[in-house]
Every structure is written in C-alpha cells, then in structure tokens.
Design a protein around this ligand. Structure first.
Ligand SMILES: [Zn+2]
Length: 340
C-alpha cells in the first residue's frame, strides 16, 4: 500500500509500506476513505518533536476489510470512524469516560499512521464506531472531523462545562478552536467569545456560533474579555493552542470558580503555581477521549444538525501529502483533507 513517511523534519514522502494484517483477534483492517493532516503533525515537521522515518496520521474514516475472530461490533463492509487513541472501551478508565487514558491506550499517530491506504486498528470494538449507513463523499469531511478535531473541541467544551446561561471564551482559532465554538453552541452556551485575528477564521467562528470576536492577545486580550463579562471573566474557557501566552491568557480570562478545558498540545509551557493558586478555577484537559463522544457526534452529523467539515479548506490526493504539510506549515490552509 501507499502511505506517508516523515524521513526527518520537513521531509514528507509517500512511499510503499507493507499492507497491514490482522495480528490479534481484536484487530480490524480498514481501507481508508479519507484522512488528513493535523496541526500536531506540524510539531515533528518543524523539528520540535523528533522524526526519524516516522509513519504519520491519526485521523481516519473508511471501510472495514477484515476483522479478527473476537471482533463483534464491526464487520467487513461497515463504514467506520475511529478515535486517534486506541481504546478497549471496557476497562475502568474507559467506563469512566476517559478512553484516551485506557489501560490499552495506543496513539494511532505513533505506531499505525493512517495517512495511508489501509490501517490495522487494534481493539476494533473499543475504538471504531460504525456509521448508520454508507455515506457519500459529501459527508467525508464532517465524519473525518469527528475522528479528532470535532471530538477534541467537544471534549474541551464539556470539560469547560459550556452550557445554558454560561459565557464561553475560546482561545485559538485553528480547527479545534472552531470546533469548540460549534460544540459550545450545541451545548447551549449563551454567549461565545472567539479569540481570533484571522478574518476568514473569524467568519467561520461566527458561522459556528461565536457571538463576539476578540482580536487582542496576552494581557490586552485578558482585559478585553473581562470588559465583555462585567469584569468577571468567562464561566467556561477553552485553550486550543498550547503556547505559554495562550495558556496564561486562558487562565487569566477564567472567572473565579469557572472551568478551563485545555486541549492544545503544549510544549514547554510553564504554569506559575502562584497564578494557578490565586486563579481559583477548575481545570481539566489532555488528549481528548474522542471515543466517548463519537456515537453522539455521528448521529448529529447523520441528522444534518452539525457540519464540522467546513474546517477543511484544502483537499488533495494522498500522493500530494508533502504539499499538504507545506500548505499547513505556511498557513495557506487551516486543515487539509487527503483523499484516496
Ligand atoms: Zn480502556
């Protein structure tokens, strides 16, 4: 099969890779219908994380080709969406709703690499969810978004306790931030403040439910959100960037007793204990347990209630993966879908 390999930072190639096979009775092998490049794929691309002939990709939708003898909930021919973390969905941690911390958790990005024609999915019953029927290609972007960015934005909104009567502020206007705006609206938030400087992303944020846009950053951004919230800060804040400035901005705009959901993968962020202490807030985050939300999200997409697929602003064939990485690295695209 063909698949993406990152030889080293900045060097992305599409090469022949071995066809995946069933290794464990709980495995499934799927043929991808579409995959994409994630903002987090840019960390190794830019040399922030190491890359040495690394297989790439962790978002995926496709058709089940073959299953192991123990797989019960999906069968060959089923169209499926999977989470970016493998989970059994049966251990204590999974049953508590934290499938991304499953005792059998495995990051698809590290070992499987779904920027490819096929993939072996371990713990298929606990990782994959089948769609109500076979979707047409027009639904691929929305379903693919559910695999990571929508599920992550949704988790962030739930972690921040977005809901009726609450003012939500979202730090970050990338795909996850935009999906968090959509999630906050669906969860019934009264007011949604999107922090963005990018006109096209501001437009999409408003489309997804943002009621206010704040362009200021850092201390000025904190002041502006406080001004909009009667000096109190937001009830619910979502951090979807992962830099020092964005994280401290998120802490700064959360009101006392409020909730912060943080899902931006962060590198070397230092949170001064004294600032967190005096902030007096709830904080929950980390890699999102997308599997918890997948059945509900697929139903909402199938019913046409939400259209998360608009976050993809460029579509290229898998063979052009190197250009997809360049386009995202140079910020010519927010998120690139790769078709097969
Ligand atoms: Zn588990």
């Amino acid at each position: 099969m063909r698949g993406v390999v990152m030889h080293t930072a900045g060097d992305v190639r599409v090469e022949d890779r071995p066809d995946p096979e069933i290794l464990e009775p709980t495995d499934a092998v799927i043929t991808l219908a579409a995959t994409c490049v994630c903002g987090s794929d840019l960390w190794p691309y830019r040399g922030v994380e190491p890359a040495d002939h690394q297989v790439m990709g962790h978002e995926y939708i496709g058709v089940v080709e073959e299953v192991g003898s123990a797989v019960e909930t999906v069968a060959p021919g089923d169209f499926v969406v999977g989470s970016f973390v493998i989970s059994d969905n049966t251990c204590e941690i999974c049953r508590a709703g934290f499938q991304s911390k499953c005792v059998h958790a495995e990051f698809v990005a590290q070992t499987i690499g779904t920027q490819a024609e096929k993939a072996r999915i371990p713990h298929a019953d606990g990782t994959l969810v089948k769609t109500p029927g076979t979707p047409g290609p027009e639904l691929y972007p929305a379903l693919l978004a559910a695999s990571d960015v929508l599920g992550t934005g949704w988790f962030a909104a739930v972690a921040a306790e977005a809901g009726p009567g609450r003012t939500v502020a979202v730090v970050g206007d990338g795909a996850v931030g935009l999906m968090a705006v959509l999630a906050a609206r669906e969860l019934g938030a009264e007011r949604i403040i999107a922090m963005s400087r990018h006109p096209e992303r501001q437009r999409l944020a408003r489309h997804y439910g943002a009621t206010d846009i704040v362009e200021e950053r850092g201390d000025e951004g904190v002041e502006k959100v406080k001004e909009l919230t009667g000096g109190l800060g937001a009830h619910s804040v979502i951090e979807a960037v992962g830099t020092q400035e964005s994280f401290m901005q998120a802490v700064g705009i959360t009101r006392g007793g409020g909730h912060l959901g943080y899902v931006g993968v962060n590198h070397d962020v230092q949170i001064p204990g004294i600032e967190l202490f005096f902030a007096g807030i709830h904080a929950l985050g980390g890699p999102a347990p997308v599997r918890r939300f997948l059945p509900d999200l697929l139903e909402r997409i199938w019913a046409g209630e939400i259209d998360p697929g608009l976050v993809f602003d460029l579509t290229l064939p898998l063979e052009d993966a190197a250009e997809a990485y360049r386009a995202m690295d140079e910020r010519r695209a927010t998120k690139v879908m790769l078709t097969l």
